[in-house]
Design a protein around this ligand. Sequence first.
Ligand code: BEZ
Length: 212
Amino acid sequence: MATLRLGDIAPDFTAETSEGTIHFHEWLGNSWGVLFSHPADFTPVCTTELGAAAKYKDEFAKRNVKIAALSVDPIDKHHEWIKDINETQNTTVNFPIIADPEKKVALLYDMIHPNASENFTVRSVFVIGPDKKVKLTLTYPASTGRNFVELLRVIDSLQLTANYSVATPADWKSGEDVVIVPSVKDEDIPAKFPKGHTRVKPYLRMTPQPNK
Ligand code: BEZ
């Protein structure tokens, strides 16, 4: 499979997980999705990451996002490791961890980068919209744990920009002003953005976040 690009349909698959067999698209339903891989079970950084992801359960749920983790370890190893995650990270893993010992999903999503590691998945993240299209990809090396607050922030931006003619500026956080996209004509702004706007430059027009 070639590299997945933004706007591509996230490939469907059937896989065994710590919560039973899932058919990925059916499991996603009308939700947003986050599919993220980690190199291996019983490794330190991965343990902290999956614990962090579990702690943000309510934040993902609030945004109508289902999350699923993946590594090439077998299912019995996942079940054993989950006990350690729960114990050491003071949480309860509350999302499926996909067992992919045959690397079927890993190859489908290009999660193995042979020049980094021939056998293990890197830390890939795919955010998938309700239309099953890839909205965001991230790739981190094994040595760097991901920032789940940033992941939630990006999801806020994706969900906002899916519904309004806005984009979000650098370091934006939900509740802060947003950028009106260039395709909106000046004369259409008052009707589209009744909260008002600031014209900093002809191409840089800011408005309060429309859905707050
Ligand atoms: C870890 O999760 O700690 C890890 C996994 C593979 C390589 C390096 C670190």
